[in-house]
Design a protein around this ligand. Structure first.
Ligand code: FAD
Length: 414
């Protein structure tokens, strides 16, 4: 079997793997990426949040993405019947980017991967990791290409960014069920022929059908729009009773008074995908000689579009720590990686849970709006979940619940 020697092996060329490999290369590390599929490939996760821009910028990937003209996302709109709550990222607490993109991931991820290769990084497509052995922090990874040929990659550190491939969690028995209750989704793209001119046509929206059931509408700059429904797994299973995801997504659209006119009669560009019980977790985010990032580690829920932000945060943080370790420094992976990432995960977990209890929806749709509360929540929705100056970050586990209770008491007294 042939052998290759690298400092860092990155598994998966999604956003997480591209950010980490690009940053490693920028810092003169000998890095290689292996990717199971051939790009472009379809993947869900099209609504970004501003925190990702910090990572694309720092990794040197921003200019290539910016040239692509992806639709700018300046905020997000939540709808519940006639009620509307619009967040504007420029009106948020604390520092941070005011905008991001909403993107067809096939094109977006392909741009990232091409740029990674333009930087001289060895990225091998159609090459799948099938096994790994560790000797201390050194490892030997076995990969197989599309012709069935195998080879060994010897690395001093491995960053697993394999998304739902969950390569190391599977191989090292690190899988753990998510703390969140099981939810599922169905999604597809449409040619958005009934799109209105101007902001209305391009605005990203989350339309609440029931407390735990919502639709997403993510318009792209190429004229297509992504449509999805999310709900408890049982609810989604009922929608696709006869196994027909096309009919199920049509039924879902018919539930939205707001969007039925725009999307009621359009064809899906591919057979709608069913993503069952999408939340996942791991027993540990790292081990001797490896770190898990993005969906290879923890995925919560699409409701606040936090997936890509955690993927790039994890990729960037792992890359920085791997560099220090390669330079002979002792790295405290528990404190500097796991505790750090999990702090942000915990904050978003609260928001996801409070969304599905309905508490957060109380806050979003309470009128008159409290501009101070809104700015602080907006910073969380923008992904700045490590800013402990924000009480909606620091006291995340109590503040939403307490405010929602106050609002309910106020309503009862009226
Ligand atoms: P990925 O983008 O999945 O990339 C992983 C790569 O690893 C893939 O290309 C895969 O082919 C490769 N790979 C897998 N196995 C192997 C192997 N054995 N060897 C080599 N390579 C391998 N996030 C958002 O930010 N916004 C959203 O709006 C959003 N919506 C979502 C909706 C739903 C229903 C779900 C389930 C998720 C959503 N997400 C969203 C989450 C988002 O999809 C992920 O968080 C994001 O794609 C993670 O990026 P990643 O780089 O970790 O993994």
């Amino acid at each position: 079997m042939s052998k290759e020697f690298v400092d860092v092996l990155v598994i998966g060329a999604g956003p997480s793997g591209c950010v980490s490999s690009s940053y490693l290369k920028k810092n003169n590390v000998n890095v290689k990426v292996v990717e199971k599929t051939k790009f472009p490939r379809l993947v869900v996760g099209e609504s970004l949040i501003p925190r990702v821009m910090d990572h694309f910028d720092e990794a040197g990937l921003f200019p290539a993405l910016d040239k692509m003209g992806f639709e700018k996302k300046l905020g997000a709109r939540f709808l519940r019947g006639d009620e509307v709550c619009l967040f504007d990222f420029s009106d948020k607490f604390g520092e941070g980017w005011d905008w991001t993109w909403q993107v067809p991931r096939a094109d977006f991820d392909n741009t990232l991967a091409q740029e990674v290769m333009n930087k001289g990084i060895d990225l091998e497509f159609e090459t799948e990791v099938i096994g790994i052995e560790f000797n201390g922090t050194d490892s030997i990874t076995t990969v197989k290409n599309k012709d069935g040929e195998t080879k060994e990659i010897h690395a001093k550190f491995v960053i697993d960014s394999s998304g739902y491939g969950r390569v190391l969690p599977r191989l090292l028995d690190l899988e753990k069920p998510s703390k969140l209750s099981p939810h599922s989704a169905i999604f597809a793209h449409v040619e958005d022929t009934n799109r209105e001119e101007g902001v209305e046509g391009t605005l990203i929206s989350f339309d609440i059908i029931e407390t735990e059931v919502w639709l997403w509408v993510i318009p792209f700059s190429n004229g297509n729009t992504s449509l999805g429904i999310v709900g408890p797994t049982e609810y989604i299973e009922k929608l696709i009773e006869n196994g027909d995801t096309t009919e199920a997504l049509r039924k879902a659209i018919s539930l939205s008074d707001y969007y039925v006119k725009r999307f009621g009669n359009v064809d899906f560009l591919f057979e709608p995908r069913h993503l069952k019980d999408y939340s996942c977790s791991v027993k540990s985010l790292f081990g001797d000689g490896f770190a898990l990032t993005g969906n290879a580690s923890e995925f919560l829920d699409p409701v606040f579009s936090s997936g890509m932000a955690f993927a790039t945060e994890g990729g960037m943080t792992a890359a920085k720590l791997a560099i220090r370790q390669l330079n002979g420094e002792k790295v405290d992976w528990q404190k500097e990686f796991a505790d750090y990432i999990l702090y942000g995960v915990d904050v978003f977990t609260t928001y996801v849970k409070e969304w599905y209890t309905g508490n957060l929806q109380e806050l979003f749709f309470h009128r008159p709006e409290n501009p101070d509360v809104k700015r602080k929540i907006c910073a969380v929705l923008a992904g700045y979940v490590w800013n402990k100056d924000n009480p909606f970050v620091k006291k995340h586990d109590t503040v939403v619940k307490n405010l929602a209770n106050l609002i309910r008491m106020e309503k009862q007294q009226q």
